[in-house]
Design a protein around this ligand. Structure first.
Ligand code: ZN
Length: 487
């Protein structure tokens, strides 16, 4: 009984902490059962091969160890300093051993076991109640098609399309205002490579799970009065179930997808994608990584965080031929935290967790990642322009920086500066020579411009609109006053 509760507690607790984003509750049950099996096995071994402790005391010790092990990160924040990262582990080992020693001396008292069982049962029971009542109603996502006229076959072979989303990459003016970083050299280089860089492009949604689907559906997915449920409901579109991929398929395109996040909600699946380009360093899914992070094992780098950038994506794309024309969509999780590059722009062994940084440290780390990512983007674009000069190339972000984002704040409480920082996006588009250059293109219109080019049709743009909500709950969604985005 005690062991079953001890095995369930960390997973149920994890479910509470992540209940709006938990995609695989079944796997949590499996892990809880495995932990229970291990605890029972140890108990059996210890009691069988003579121990001075009785079984009940051993069970109590095991319970203590399991609770302490899985709550490590909650009790002791990890050190961001590489040289000092063993300190929390040492403290944890010492405290866990000390309490275990005390328990071994007094563990035969029934009151102690009953107390532990009651405490765990109340804790697990309360957590289970929370998990069992979904915080948000689950709405079936409606199909939003772009209401464009049917696809028109283009003359000549359609161009390959390279679409890079650099997550959380702020627009140049915002980088200058908030972080004092001049991104002018990068903008100039993009222009030299034939991309039109917008200095006034806006996102419509401040979070990845709605912003990227909206771009790929060429439509507004959630509006006041017509929004309900968790914001993650649109996330599956990222992997290819969207209006852009459907329309491109009608033109004979194949779809190649690189999910840099390796997160479950955005992971690549065939046949939705014809080919998946995997990030490097992934040895586990996001659930496993998140669980491991709760334990002292986090200090050992057992799973390397996923990493990709436009250069690694291109290198993997070139390893085997893909049927042309293709639409390559690479979701690059940089410069989004955790921060990946050191001062010399080498990829770190351990990424830096943003929550452990002061505001100024965080700004510096973010700007450093922008700078280091820029080099990689430039080299990738140079390759594309050299090897595939007629291609469509898009380099954009899904929203601005996270420096001023606070999801507990109601939409009306966002300052204009915070809105500008979060909605102003990088947007750079290179179209084949026969198409007019793209101007200021808001994210929602990205592919309306692309289709206008490859179908040789007049462009059908949507007026820009933008939306904010609290937490993950779209019921709180409000439209941002359009005058906020006056250009
Ligand atoms: Zn994002």
């Amino acid at each position: 009984m005690l062991l079953a509760l001890a095995a369930a507690q960390p997973f149920v607790g994890f479910g509470v902490a992540n209940r709006d984003e938990l995609s695989q509750p079944g796997r949590m049950v499996v892990y809880a059962l495995i932990v229970f099996g291990v605890l029972e096995g140890v108990l059996w071994l210890v009691t069988r091969w003579g121990s001075s402790l009785n079984g009940r005391t051993v069970a109590l010790l095991e319970t203590w160890f399991a609770v302490s092990f899985f709550n490590y990160a909650a009790w002791l924040p990890p050190s961001i300093d590489d040289d000092r990262r063993w300190i929390p582990v040492a403290v944890w080992t010492l405290v866990t051993a000390l309490v275990a020693w005390l328990l071994a001396r007094v563990g035969s008292r029934p009151a102690l076991r009953v107390g532990a069982a009651v405490w765990l049962a109340v804790s697990v029971g309360a957590d289970l109640l929370v998990v069992a009542t979904p915080s948000l109603p689950v709405a079936a996502p409606a199909t939003h098609d772009a209401a464009l006229p049917p696809p028109v076959p283009s003359e000549g072979p359609p161009p390959n399309i390279y679409y890079f989303v650099l997550d959380e990459y702020a627009r140049a003016d915002q980088l200058e205002i908030h972080a004092g970083f001049d991104n002018g050299a990068f903008v100039t280089r993009l222009e030299e490579l034939g991309l039109t860089v917008s200095d006034a492009a806006w996102a419509s949604y401040p979070r990845t799970q709605v912003s990227v689907p909206s771009t790929l559906d060429m439509a507004y997915l959630a509006e006041p009065g017509a929004a309900d449920g968790p914001d993650a409901q649109f996330a599956p579109r990222v992997a290819g179930d969207n209006a852009v991929v459907r329309r491109l398929r009608e033109h004979g395109y194949s779809f190649v997808y690189s999910s840099g996040a390796a997160d479950q909600w955005s992971s690549c699946q065939t046949p939705l994608a014809d080919r998946c380009l995997e990030p490097t360093g992934v040895a586990a899914g996001d659930l496993e990584r998140a669980l491991l992070k709760q334990t002292p094992l986090s200090v050992f780098d057992l799973v390397r965080p996923p990493y990709s950038d436009p250069e690694t994506v291109l290198a993997e794309l070139r390893t085997e031929p893909v049927r042309e024309p293709y639409f390559l969509f690479a979701h690059v999780m940089s410069p989004h935290f955790p921060y990946r590059f050191d001062a010399s722009c080498a990829v770190r062994d351990r990424f830096i967790v943003a929550e452990l940084l002061s505001f100024d440290e965080r700004k510096a780390a973010y700007v450093n990642d922008v700078r280091c990512l820029n080099d990689r983007v430039e080299r990738a674009l140079e390759q594309i322009v050299a090897d595939d000069p007629g291609a469509v190339v898009i380099v954009q972000s899904d929203h601005g920086s996270a420096l001023f984002a606070n999801w507990d704040r109601s939409p009306g409480a966002w300052s204009e500066a915070a809105i500008a920082d979060r909605f102003a996006v990088l947007q750079a588009i290179r179209l084949p020579a026969h198409c007019p250059a793209a101007g200021d293109v808001d994210l929602v219109n990205t592919f309306r411009v692309v289709f206008s080019c490859i179908e040789d049709q007049p462009v059908d743009l949507l007026p820009h609109r933008a939306f904010l909500w609290m937490g993950h709950d779209l019921v709180t969604l409000e439209e941002v006053d359009p005058s906020t985005f006056d250009r």
